[in-house]
Design a protein around this ligand. Structure first.
Ligand code: DHB
Ligand code: FE
Length: 297
């Protein structure tokens, strides 16, 4: 095996701004929140034992860094740092995110040459879509214990990318990361979801059956799941349930789904190990889903 960067694991988790507020305001021991955070106790310990050098963090911006003026479908953060965004009540009191400009530039180079158009972002504030997953996984810390490459996906304004495009992009991100010359431990996180709808007559919609079937298929049949059309996400998981397409980017970057070009000298790897799975309703208006998958070493 070569000595370059390796994707060791993928992490999937919902983001909800109220989860960040519960932590920032010291409410995590209230019974309502205790049930949510109990699902992340294992994950925090696991992350301490499996701290990567870099997390490639797939998330969506909620009209904080971007707006209707500029709508990148896929945006890679190549800056050295990314401050927490002010979402209307001041920036969250969490550490700034430290980036990895050299690896991010390598990924941009590789993925764009591999036929996926990325927007390169050299300056960006990061909203709850990125900071809440970090808080859930790391707890309250003085600094995040790894560098983060923010990767923002448009799931707010249609047209949004298809599940299959996200899955194939994940495969391209894997090729990019695993062709990097430094021996880095990398994780890829897919965030957002699960079922929720924040607007219109169906506001408050939750679909436990759909969510759990999504978790099953994400593990066992990701390529089949990638064929699910947008309308099924929206009908079954609510208008904001479309955030789930981002999980397919992380899943497409795992070893078993590797799509090596002919002659590349490596084949698809073994299936990932499910090291943790959690599902809970509700957190604010959202069903919280969470998975940790490890690639075989
Ligand atoms: C909620 C969920 C989201 O994904 C979001 O971006 C904002 C709010 C909620 O459940 O309240
Ligand atoms: Fe959201």
């Amino acid at each position: 095996m070569s000595s370059g960067a390796r994707i060791r694991a993928s992490v999937y988790t919902s983001h909800v701004p109220a989860i960040g507020a519960a932590m920032d305001l010291g409410k995590t021991h209230e019974p309502y929140w205790q049930k949510v955070f109990s699902g992340y106790e294992f994950s925090r310990q696991w992350l301490k034992e499996n701290t990567p050098d870099v997390v490639f963090l797939v998330y969506n911006d909620h009209a904080n860094a971007f707006s209707l003026e500029i709508i990148p479908t896929f945006a890679i953060g190549t800056a050295a740092e990314f401050p927490p965004a002010d979402e209307g009540w001041g920036p969250r009191p969490v550490p700034g995110v430290v980036g990895d400009p050299r690896l991010a530039s390598h990924i941009a180079q590789s993925v764009i040459q591999d036929d996926f158009d990325l927007t390169i972002v050299n300056r960006m504030d990061v909203d709850h879509g990125l900071t809440v997953p970090l808080s859930l996984m790391c707890g309250q810390v003085d600094r995040w214990p790894f560098r983060v490459i923010p990767f923002a996906v448009n799931v707010v304004q249609y047209p949004v990318p298809s599940g299959m495009r996200c899955f194939r992009l994940g495969q391209a991100i894997r090729r990019a990361i695993e062709s990097y010359d430094e021996p880095l431990k990398v994780q890829i996180w897919g965030t957002g979801g699960m079922s929720h709808q924040l607007q219109g007559p169906r506001a408050g919609l939750i679909n436990r059956e759909f969510d759990n079937a999504f978790l099953d298929r994400l593990v066992a049949d990701p390529e089949g799941l990638a064929k699910m059309p947008h309308i099924d996400y929206v009908r079954e998981a609510g208008s904001e349930g479309i955030e789930l397409v981002m999980w397919l980017i992380a899943r497409g970057a795992m070893a078993d789904t590797a799509d090596a070009p002919p002659g590349a000298g490596h084949r698809a790897g073994a299936r990932p190990k499910v090291v943790h799975r959690f599902y809970h309703v509700p957190a604010s208006n959202t069903a919280v889903g969470h998975l940790i998958l490890e690639n075989p070493q």
